[in-house]
Design a protein around this ligand. Structure first.
Ligand SMILES: Cc1cc2nc3c(=O)[nH]c(=O)nc-3n(C[C@H](O)[C@H](O)[C@H](O)COP(=O)(O)O)c2cc1C
Length: 386
C-alpha cells in the first residue's frame, strides 16, 4: 500500500483558557492555559488533534510523491502512520481509503491556494440559530461592550492643504443610489411579480453577451465586473412568494434565462429554509425571494491557479453582483439585502453542493417593504436612531 500526505494541511498551536481554582485560592494566577496541536485540513471539514509524533510524520511525508506504507512506518512509527491514516491526514491508495482520497482529490482538482481553502472551509457556518448564538447586533450594546468604534473617517497629515472639490450636481444614477437601503422589514404577505423577478435575475446575474475568447473558452458579459471576466458565481433562488413560481429552490441559468427547479417546497418549508439560510435573521427571512451566490471556484481558479488573490477576487465578485441586485430592486421600488452571516453548510446541503468546489459566498434578497418598521434600517434622510 502506498501513502502520501493530504494536499492542504495547517497545524495550529491552540491555547485553551480555563480557571485555575487552586491558583486562585493560593493567591496565584486565576487563568490556566492548556496547549494542543490542532490539524486543519479542508478536505476533512473538521478539526483533528495531533501530537508531537504525528507532527514529525506529517512534516516528513510529502503531499505529492506516494511512498510505501512500510517505509513511512519505519521512519515515523507504525502507531503515528496508522493514526494519521485513520484521521484522514494521510491518504492511501487502498480501496477502503477511497472516501478520504476522493475528498483530497476534489480539493486538489480545484487549484485552491492552500490558505484560501483553509479560510473558506473553516469560515463556514452550519446550524447557526438564535439558540446557538445568533443575535441582532445592537449598536448600543456593542458600544457598551467594546467602547466606541474607530472614527468613521481618517484625517491624514497630508503633504499640503486639502484640495476642495467642486460640489456634486445631481445626475442620472442619483435617484436610485439615494433610494437604496438594506431592507429589514419585508411585507410578509406581498409577493414578487414575475416580470420584476425576471428582470432582477437577468440584469444582476444573467449574461448580456457570450464571447469566445480562446479555443473552447467562452466568457459571459454581465452588467457587473468579474475578476478575469470569468463570472464564477452562480445564482440559486429560494422562492417563497414569486408569482408564477412554485415555492422552492431553483438554479438560475444566466444564458437560457430559466429557473431549473431543484427542490419544490410547500410555503412553510420554504419559509423555514429562508430563515435557516440567513442564520435566523428573521428581518431578512420574510423577503419573498432570496438568491444564494455560490462560486464555482474552479472557473476562477482555472486562470488564477493556486493564486494568493483569487479567493479575495471571488469575494469581490459577489459584492459587485449584490450591489447591482440592490440597485435593480431599488429601481423596482423595493429594498434589498445582502448578508454573509449565512448557514453555508445548510445551503450546501439544500442545494447538494460540495464546499470544496462550490463556495457559498453570500445571500441576497428583496421584496416589497412592510408598512411598519420594527427592525432598524438606514434610509436616506432618516433621523438618527439614538
Ligand atoms: C458583505 C455585507 C454583509 C452584510 N451582512 C449583514 C447581516 O448579516 N445582517 C444585516 O442585518 N445586514 C447586513 N448587511 C447590511 C449592512 O448592515 C448595511 O449595508 C449597512 O448597515 C448600511 O446600510 P444601507 O445598506 O442601508 O446603506 C451586510 C452588508 C454587506 C455589504
Amino acid at each position: 500500500m502506498k501513502i502520501r500526505r493530504c494536499a492542504v494541511l495547517y497545524i495550529e498551536p491552540r491555547e485553551e483558557l480555563g480557571i485555575d481554582w487552586s491558583g486562585l485560592f493560593s493567591g496565584g494566577s486565576a487563568l490556566s492555559a492548556t496547549m494542543r496541536w490542532v490539524a486543519l485540513a479542508p478536505h476533512l471539514d473538521r478539526e483533528v488533534e495531533v501530537d508531537a509524533a504525528d507532527m514529525a510524520a506529517l512534516g516528513g511525508l510529502g503531499q505529492t510523491v506516494w511512498i510505501e506504507r512500510e517505509e513511512a512506518a519505519r521512519r515515523f512509527g507504525e502507531a503515528s502512520v496508522a493514526r494519521l491514516l485513520a484521521l484522514g491526514l494521510l491518504v492511501d491508495d487502498a480501496p477502503d481509503g477511497e472516501p478520504v482520497r476522493a475528498r483530497d482529490e476534489t480539493l486538489r482538482a480545484q487549484h485552491w491556494r492552500p490558505m484560501s481553502a483553509l479560510a473558506h472551509a473553516f469560515g463556514r457556518w452550519g446550524d447557526v440559530r438564535v439558540e446557538t448564538g445568533m443575535h441582532f447586533p445592537d449598536f448600543q450594546q456593542l458600544v457598551a461592550a467594546n467602547g466606541p468604534p474607530p472614527p468613521p473617517t481618517v484625517e491624514p497629515a497630508g503633504a499640503g492643504p486639502a484640495l476642495a472639490l467642486p460640489p456634486v450636481e445631481r445626475a442620472g444614477l442619483d435617484d436610485t443610489l439615494f433610494r437604496r437601503y438594506t431592507g429589514r422589514n419585508f411585507d410578509k404577505e406581498a409577493s414578487l411579480p414575475l416580470p420584476v423577478a425576471a428582470r432582477l435575475l437577468q440584469r444582476a446575474f444573467g449574461a448580456q453577451e457570450r464571447r469566445l475568447v480562446g479555443e473552447d473558452a467562452h466568457v459571459l458579459k454581465k452588467l457587473s465586473p468579474s475578476a478575469g471576466g470569468l463570472h464564477p458565481i452562480e445564482a440559486y433562488v429560494l422562492a417563497q412568494r414569486v408569482d408564477g413560481v412554485a415555492p422552492g429552490l431553483y438554479h438560475y441559468h444566466p444564458v437560457a434565462h430559466t429557473l431549473t427547479p431543484l427542490t419544490l417546497l410547500d410555503g412553510a418549508a420554504a419559509a423555514a429554509l429562508a430563515l435557516r439560510f440567513v442564520a435566523d435573521q428573521h428581518w431578512f427571512a420574510d423577503a419573498p425571494m432570496q438568491v444564494a451566490m455560490v462560486a464555482r471556484v474552479a472557473r476562477n481558479f482555472w486562470k488564477y491557479r493556486n493564486h494568493p488573490k483569487a479567493y479575495k477576487a471571488v469575494t469581490l465578485d459577489a459584492g459587485h453582483l449584490s450591489q447591482t441586485f440592490y440597485l435593480l430592486a431599488t429601481e423596482a421600488g423595493m429594498p434589498a439585502f445582502v448578508t454573509a452571516a449565512v448557514n453555508d453548510v445548510d445551503i450546501e446541503r439544500a442545494l447538494g453542493l460540495d464546499p470544496l468546489s462550490d463556495a457559498v459566498m453570500a445571500v441576497c434578497g428583496c421584496g416589497p417593504a412592510a408598512a411598519a418598521r420594527d427592525t432598524i434600517e438606514l434610509r436616506y434622510g432618516d433621523p438618527d436612531p439614538v
